[in-house]
Design a protein around this ligand. Sequence first.
Ligand code: GDP
Ligand code: MG
Length: 167
Amino acid sequence: KSGFIGIIGRPNVGKSTLMNQLVGQKIAITSPVAQTTRNRLRGILTTPEAQLIFVDTPGIHKPHHQLGEVLVKNAKIAIESVDVVLFVVDGSTICGTGDRYIAELLTRSETPVILGVNKIDQQPKDSQIIDDSYTELAQSYKWQTGKFSAKTATGLPELQDLLIEHL
Ligand code: GDP
Ligand code: MG
């Protein structure tokens, strides 16, 4: 099995960190500053069962200026040109309007989507409201969900299996 996986999500949710962890190399540029990743970067993960080619994308947000529009346009192209979309969200905060904007964008394409709830290492003690917000999102679009920390690598083997299942 082999295929392309597009890593999509708001700026700063940890898309580049995730790709670097999965691929085991510092390819994507990670930064606390939003929009470091202006061009799509690729990383390849080879396992005994599959070859996964990850496409890191710039963060999607509602365009407020021309650069934003270009980024959204590129993200749309990325969605159409991959086999699976990994929609990454920030699990340390509640699901927001930025996430819902992307969710709507994703439903306009036929590409299968997996919801990736990242930063679980940073969840506050009472994270029930946060968990519920993403469970509700996943249920309304019938998406399968992976929960993980790109920083500590917790949950990444399970995420890999889930992605391979969808290829
Ligand atoms: P991107 O804009 O979605 O590509 O996000 P980056 O990968 O550049 O990460 C944005 C910030 O979030 C950086 O400061 C990362 O170190 C941090 N980050 C990414 N993943 C995690 C995670 O799993 N846990 C925590 N605590 N921080 C993370
Ligand atoms: Mg990035």
